[in-house]
Design a protein around this ligand. Structure first.
Ligand SMILES: NC(=O)c1ccc[n+]([C@@H]2O[C@H](COP(=O)([O-])OP(=O)(O)OC[C@H]3O[C@@H](n4cnc5c(N)ncnc54)[C@H](OP(=O)(O)O)[C@@H]3O)[C@@H](O)[C@H]2O)c1
Length: 242
C-alpha cells in the first residue's frame, strides 16, 4: 500500500521490513535509519512504551501502530482507531456498538467510539482484560454474565477465524446478537470468516477489515509526510493494492 502511494505521488522513499535482532536496539536503529515506521500485532503496546511522546487517541489506547522520527524523538500515534471509524462511514451513524474481544484492537475501537459519544459494550471470552474498559466507563462482560441488547454494529476484534474456522463466541449467542444488530464487521481481512459467514446467512449487512487496513495505512502515510498530501489522493494510490 505504501509503495503504491510513494510511486503514485512520485516520491523518493522506500517502505520496507528490517530485522533488528536485539529489541533494545530498536529505538536507536529506528532514529538512525528511518523517518517513520508501522508496528503490527503483537508489538503495539511495547512500541507505546518506547515512545518519547505519544499523541492523539494512542494516549488513551496505550498502543501505537505508527512511529515518526521527529527531530530525533520517537513520536507514537494510533491510526487503527480512526482508520476503523473511517471504514465504517458506509454504514452511516453508529450510536450503539458491541465489540467482541478485549485485546489491543478492541481497546482502540472502544476508546474512539467512546470519544465519538457512541454507547459501547465489550464482550470477551475471559474476564481478565475487562478492567481497562470498565475503568473508562465502558460496559464490559465475559461470556458468563452477558446481557443482550440491540446494536447498530457488532465488531469481531478477536482472532477467532484468522487461522482456524471458529466463531468468536458460541453460535446460539451470536445468532441472538445478529438478530438484534443492524451491521456486522470483522477486523480480519481478505477472508470470509465464520463470523461473516453467519452474518451473511442471517442477512446482516457486513464487511471485512480490508477498509480498516486501507485507512489506517492512509492515515499513517499522512503522518509520515506531515500532512503534505490529500487523504483522497493517498487513498486512490493505496487502493491499487486491493
Ligand atoms: N484490519 C486491520 O487493519 C487490523 C488492524 C489491527 C488488528 N487486526 C486484527 O485484529 C485481530 C485481533 O488483534 P489484537 O491485536 O486485538 O489481538 P489481541 O490483543 O491478541 O486480542 C485477542 C482477543 O481475541 C480473543 N480471542 C482469541 N482467540 C479467541 C477465540 N478462539 N475465541 C474467542 N475469543 C478469542 C482474546 O480473548 P481472551 O482475552 O479471552 O484471550 C482477546 O480478547 C487480529 O486478527 C488482527 O489481525 C486487523
Amino acid at each position: 500500500m505504501h509503495t503504491f502511494a510513494i510511486d503514485g505521488l512520485g516520491l523518493q522513499a522506500t517502505y520496507t521490513k528490517t530485522l533488528i535482532e536485539d529489541a533494545c536496539k530498536i529505538p536507536s536503529e529506528f532514529l538512525e535509519n528511518f523517518d517513520g515506521a508501522n508496528v503490527t500485532v503483537p508489538h503495539k503496546e511495547s512500541a507505546y512504551a518506547m515512545c518519547d511522546e505519544v499523541r492523539g487517541v494512542a494516549k488513551d489506547v496505550k498502543a501505537v501502530n505508527t512511529l515518526i522520527n521527529e527531530n530525533g524523538n520517537i513520536i507514537g500515534y494510533n491510526t487503527d482507531a480512526a482508520g476503523f471509524l473511517k471504514s465504517m462511514e458506509s454504514f452511516g451513524e453508529i450510536k450503539k456498538v458491541l465489540i467482541l474481544g478485549a485485546g489491543g484492537t478492541a481497546k482502540a475501537l472502544g476508546v474512539i467510539f467512546k470519544q465519538h459519544n457512541a454507547q459501547v459494550t465489550v464482550l470477551n471470552r475471559s474476564k481478565n482484560r475487562l478492567a481497562f474498559f470498565e475503568d473508562i466507563g465502558i460496559e464490559a462482560y465475559s461470556w458468563d454474565d452477558f446481557e443482550l441488547s440491540t446494536y447498530d454494529l457488532v465488531v469481531n476484534t478477536t482472532s477467532a477465524g484468522l487461522q482456524e474456522e471458529t466463531l468468536p463466541i458460541e453460535e446460539n449467542i451470536l445468532r441472538d446478537i445478529f438478530s438484534k444488530t443492524k451491521f456486522a464487521t470483522d477486523v480480519i481481512y481478505n477472508k470470509e470468516t465464520p463470523f461473516l459467514k453467519l452474518a451473511n446467512e442471517m442477512d446482516v449487512p457486513n464487511k471485512d477489515g480490508a477498509d480498516m487496513l486501507l485507512y489506517q495505512g492512509v492515515l499513517a502515510f499522512n503522518l509520515f509526510y506531515n500532512h503534505a498530501f490529500k487523504l483522497d489522493e493517498i487513498t486512490k494510490y493505496m487502493k491499487k493494492t486491493f
